[in-house]
Design a protein around this ligand. Structure first.
Ligand code: HEC
Length: 706
């Protein structure tokens, strides 16, 4: 499951994450020799989501370094009222930060002073209110030649004047009335800009679209999976892919939902050296491949990296990581282009740690697999066969003989949070997650979710499951150099610097600088709220700074039992923070994490027992992606309804659903029949009453601890 909108509460489905773990990473030497540190990464500015085109998230600056990082302090901060989940990495150009909020509002902030220069609101609620029903996240902006680009959830790509925030052009990238959405950061590539979209979990057919950066004119579009036989005719990449599909996967049902998937909602890397674009293709839908493509087929180009000619958008090569994808596995993580010395030869490589738990090194000229090893717990394949490029799968993983709990689960060993690469240490710094997902065909039991015949549940089986790690990975030897265990699962992306440091924000609200060579913690700052975005680094007037966004959330809301870090909706301000040597600012105090639920109840409100079970189903489909799975809203972009006085009484509950406050993210549900509203209300009330200590004086001993 991904972190983009499901676009319509009627059809929304919810993803899960589970946990498991398998021992230590494999230590299989794929070669020897060291990484070659060409001009990788960025210097004075941080103009792209991953820093430079290579997506290395590496800064060549070394003014902040191992020796002086202890003097790092807060230089400025800016509160971002109205924001929820903040996933973007701030861009920095000439001392100005450009980033997006949860609904792709674009901000321009003077880094050193923290002064807001301008903001631009795409006002999705006004233009396409049907798109307000999903989880609002956005992974950032792109910059080129005085223009800033961002895509809003309704698929509009906005080009703004970087100096003023004025709109230069807006291009529509998705057709109205479809279940697509857009949450990713666009990428610029030599006067052009590219954006993909989300909706793959609903079976939407993935594609990317390239535009002229100056005019907004569409240049080309590439589909990641085949369409109907007529659509494919004459297109070699689609004709070839169609041979790997069975059934009528291209047909769209009455709800506007198809049966293929493969959206490109995050990772895209431009390779100016080879004039190629690499796109990271997502999972298929329905997840059950026997429903999606009955009887066989690899289902190209799902769960693949595809290389495209940057000028024409034509297919160049692909590498599929999960043939016949069946577990929401996706290649949507960032892809780093570098040159590594492998077996004595410099090789132009592309590196990715997709959700499936392996680390892949590909030859980016040909797409050939050079090596792949497990970075953590992965129980679905023994290894990847280098001769065929295909995984050697274990039996049972395709739930063909009943329930199977797969590791990594649907959220993956590594997700959208960027990994970084430091050519000096030769290491890749991976924000790793350990968790699994149970898959089974059939009917869902309480606490499980069903989607297209597939039942899923998150599980954590061993002590390290449900937790994250910062892993320093040697991509040449394909083994971990060091690992830093974390208590929380859903942490931020990493920044590597030539100062010998790795920066990461974590779900517990800390920004940490590690020694890049050893992992030792050299500096920590309490940001007061969990972090899922990645930091960037740049200079202003010769001084080096590090900035990042603080705003826990994202898919955490639908997986809250595993990702609950105690951050309640609206309790802590969302912010952009900037650090520099000698910084002396401090943040105003805000409430710390709190795992308790302060449920409210009024025994006079009566509910019908028969309403509870159907209410649970409606809630799961329409409300959980914002208010949290199983009513637990920790880390969610919406309040916990068990704690809400508005949700207490049927009249006020119903009024909120009818009137919705779209600007603040609560969709309008005025089409719901009165009995459905009553059933959801009954489920919420029953959930509140189930908690111990409800109506008792709030005192730590009696809080219902999640
Ligand atoms: C797209 C995200 C989203 C979805 C889906 C969603 N909500 Fe909300 N809801 C919100 C947000 C955000 C708020 C808080 C709005 C505010 O602060 O003004 C809210 C507020 C509410 C409130 C008022 C709570 C209070 O104390 O003010 C109720 C009741 C509510 N939602 C019920 C529901 C129900 C029932 C569903 C499913 C049928 C649902 N919501 C689906 C985002 C969502």
């Amino acid at each position: 499951m991904t972190y983009h909108s499901t676009t319509n509460p009627r059809t929304a489905l919810v993803a899960l994450a589970l946990l498991v773990c398998l021992g230590s990473p494999a230590a299989h030497a794929a070669g020897n020799g060291t990484a070659i540190g060409a001009a990788i990464g960025t210097a004075a500015d941080w103009p792209a989501p991953g820093g430079a085109a290579d997506e290395s998230s590496f800064s060549r600056l070394d003014r902040i370094n191992r020796d002086n990082v202890g003097k790092l302090g807060l230089v400025s901060y800016l509160d971002l009222p109205g924001e929820a989940s903040l996933e973007a990495t701030p861009l920095a150009v000439n001392g100005v930060l450009y980033f997006t909020g949860s609904t792709a509002k674009v901000y321009a902030v003077e880094a050193v002073s923290g002064k807001l220069l301008w903001q631009y609101d795409p006002e999705v609620w006004k233009h396409n209110p049907d798109k307000v029903g999903g989880m609002n996240v956005n992974r950032g902006a792109a910059y080129e030649d005085g223009r800033v680009f961002a895509a809003s959830i309704d698929g509009r790509l906005h080009a703004l004047d970087a100096a003023t925030g004025k709109v230069l052009w807006i291009a529509d990238t998705i057709a109205r009335g479809t279940r697509y959405s857009s949450t990713g950061a666009p990428r610029t590539f030599g006067g052009r800009v590219i954006i993909g979209n989300g909706g793959g979990d609903l079976g939407m057919r993935g594609y990317v679209t390239a535009f002229d950066a100056a005019t907004g004119k569409q240049l080309w579009r590439f589909y990641t999976v085949p369409g109907s036989p007529e659509d494919n005719r004459g297109n070699p990449a689609m004709e070839r892919a169609a041979k790997t599909w069975r059934g009528e996967y291209w047909k769209v049902d009455a709800m506007g939902i198809g049966g293929s998937g493969g959206t490109v909602w995050n990772g895209m890397t431009w390779d100016p050296e080879l004039d190629q674009l690499y796109i990271g293709v997502g999972n298929g839908a329905p997840y059950d491949v026997e429903v999606r493509s009955p009887g066989g087929g690899d289902n190209l180009y799902l769960a693949s990296i595809v290389a495209l000619d940057a000028d024409t958008g034509e297919y160049v090569w692909h590498y599929q990581m999960n043939p016949r994808e069946a577990w929401d596995y996706k290649c949507t993580a960032n892809m780093i282009a570098a040159t590594l010395e492998i077996d004595g030869n410099p090789r132009k490589v592309l590196m990715q740690a997709p959700t499936n738990g392996f680390f892949y090194v590909l030859d980016r000229e040909t797409g050939e697999l050079l090596s792949a090893e497990k970075v953590g717990k992965a129980n679905w394949a023994e290894r990847i066969d280098l001769a065929t490029g295909r995984p050697v799968e274990y039996p049972g993983i395709r739930y063909e003989s009943g329930e199977f709990t797969i590791f990594p689960g649907t959220t993956g060993a590594h997700n959208f949070q960027p990994m970084s690469y430091n050519p000096d240490t030769g290491l890749v710094y991976i924000p790793y997650m350990q968790m699994g997902t149970m898959f089974r065909r059939g009917e869902a039991r309480p606490g499980e979710f069903a989607f297209a015949g597939m039942v899923m549940k998150n599980v954590a089986l061993e002590p390290e499951d449900g937790k994250g790690k910062l892993i320093a990975w040697d991509p040449v030897k394909q083994e971990a150099r060091w690992q830093h265990q974390q208590d929380t699962l859903w942490n931020g992306g990493t920044l590597a610097t030539a100062g010998g440091l790795v920066f990461q924000g974590t779900a517990d609200g800390y920004v940490t600088a590690h020694d890049a060579a050893t992992g030792e913690v050299l500096w920590r700052f309490n940001a007061g709220l969990g972090i899922i975005g990645a930091p960037s680094s740049y200079t202003v007037d010769g001084a080096q700074y590090v900035s990042l966004l603080v705003g826990y959330g994202g898919s955490a809301s639908v997986m809250s039992d595993l990702m609950d870090a105690g951050w309640k909706y609206g309790a802590q301000p969302r912010r952009v923070l900037t650090f520099g040597l000698g910084g002396k600012q401090s943040l105003p105090p805000s409430p710390g994490p709190d795992m308790a639920v302060y449920a409210v109840d009024d025994p006079a409100v009566s509910i019908a027992v028969d309403d509870i079970a159907p209410g649970r189903t409606h809630y799961a489909l329409m409300c959980s992606m914002c208010h949290g799975m199983n009513l637990n809203s920790a880390g969610s972009p919406a309040p916990d309804l068990r704690e809400s006085r508005v949700a207490l009484y049927p009249e006020s509950f119903s009024a909120v659903l009818r009137n919705g406050v779209l600007q603040r993210g609560m969709p309008r549900f005025d089409y719901l029949p009165e009995d459905v509203v009553r059933q959801i209300h009954a489920y919420v009330r029953a959930g509140a009453r189930d908690l111990p200590g409800v109506n008792a004086p709030v005192d730590s001993a009696e809080r219902a601890v999640r």
